[in-house]
Ligand binder design. Structure first.
Ligand SMILES: [Zn+2]
Length: 309
């Protein structure tokens, strides 16, 4: 009986031990599994981070590629635009527009184009545009490259107030601008670029040229004839005048200015009037109100080249 009891106590103790061992084993297995899961998660996350980093780098590279591609494209577009500008520089007028300039002297209605050459000057041009503003008249300025360089802000004001900026070449020195048949176009292009810079508008085209001294006659007549063909080939118009005040040569008083205006306008329906806004042409600015008043009384409507182009 005692033996049995001892045996039974020993068995119970063994059972307890086994149970404890099993529990420890289970806990160990669970801990191992938990640790394994943790480790797996850690490794997985690490891998993801590494992948993300790669992706980010990849994305950055891809975007970098895109940037450089789009920059390349922009460069190409810019080059195309420059090429187009280059082409436009050499004439952006249509045949119809050139025709309109070539037929400017004939019209059914009475119209007067006030044109001013050799500016812009600070002293005279500003007075002229003040008067034009007051009268609400738009005019046309045939500007010189050298003067645009000196007075870019005056040119900008002319443009902003709605006047047409046309081109009178760069130097106004006959032996330079008429040294060969291509020189007038070269001076035109040089001046056009200066106009663009002054206006801050790289697309501005002056499109209409006035030959210093006129397109016909004089010592350089042969060169002018050939130069006109060069302008024709490049779709650039050129324009002289059919009325003048003689303010550049000969007219020293208001009366003489008015006399010349009346005589040269005559009974013409469409008049392109040559005047000057060089720095010494104070008399032109002083007489302008009389010129405007006379033309109004004669029934003329004032136009700029914008009205026919
Ligand atoms: Zn001139």
């Amino acid at each position: 009986m005692v033996m049995y009891q001892i045996e039974s106590v020993t068995k119970r103790k063994n059972k307890k031990k086994i149970a404890i061992i099993i529990i420890i084993a289970i806990l160990f297995v669970m801990l191992s599994i938990f640790s394994a899961i943790q480790l797996a998660n850690y490794l997985h996350n690490k891998e993801n981070i590494a992948q993300n980093e790669n992706q980010t780098e990849g994305t950055t590279l891809a975007e970098g590629d895109k940037v450089s591609q789009s920059e390349e494209q922009k460069d190409k577009e810019n080059n195309n635009a420059e090429e187009q500008t280059e082409k436009q520089n050499i004439g952006s007028l249509t045949k119809e527009q050139i025709n309109a300039i070539n037929h400017i002297y004939s019209s059914d209605d009475k119209r007067a184009f006030l044109t001013f050459d050799d500016g812009p000057s600070y002293s005279v041009t500003t007075k002229i545009i003040d008067i034009l503003k007051e009268e609400n008249i738009k005019a046309t300025f045939f500007v010189l490259g050298t003067m645009v360089k000196s007075n870019p802000e005056v040119l900008k004001r002319e443009y902003e107030e709605g006047h047409y900026i046309a081109n009178h070449g760069y130097s106004h020195v006959y032996k330079k601008i008429y040294k060969n048949e291509n020189a007038p176009l070269e001076e035109y292009k040089k001046t056009n670029k200066l106009i663009q810079d002054a206006l801050g508008n790289p697309n501005y085209q002056s499109n209409v040229f006035r030959f210093p001294g006129g397109s016909i006659g004089g010592y350089y007549d042969d060169i002018k004839k050939k130069a006109k063909k060069v302008f024709d080939q490049n779709n650039i118009a050129y324009l002289d005048w059919n009325a003048l005040t003689n303010d550049a040569d000969g007219a020293d008083t208001r009366e003489e200015i008015m006399e010349n205006l009346k005589n040269t306008c005559g009974n013409q329906s469409s008049v392109v009037i040559l005047m000057h806004d060089a720095p010494n042409k104070d008399l032109t600015a002083e007489t302008l109100p009389d010129v405007i008043s006379y033309l109004k009384k004669q029934g003329y409507t004032f136009c700029s080249l914008y009205d026919i182009l």
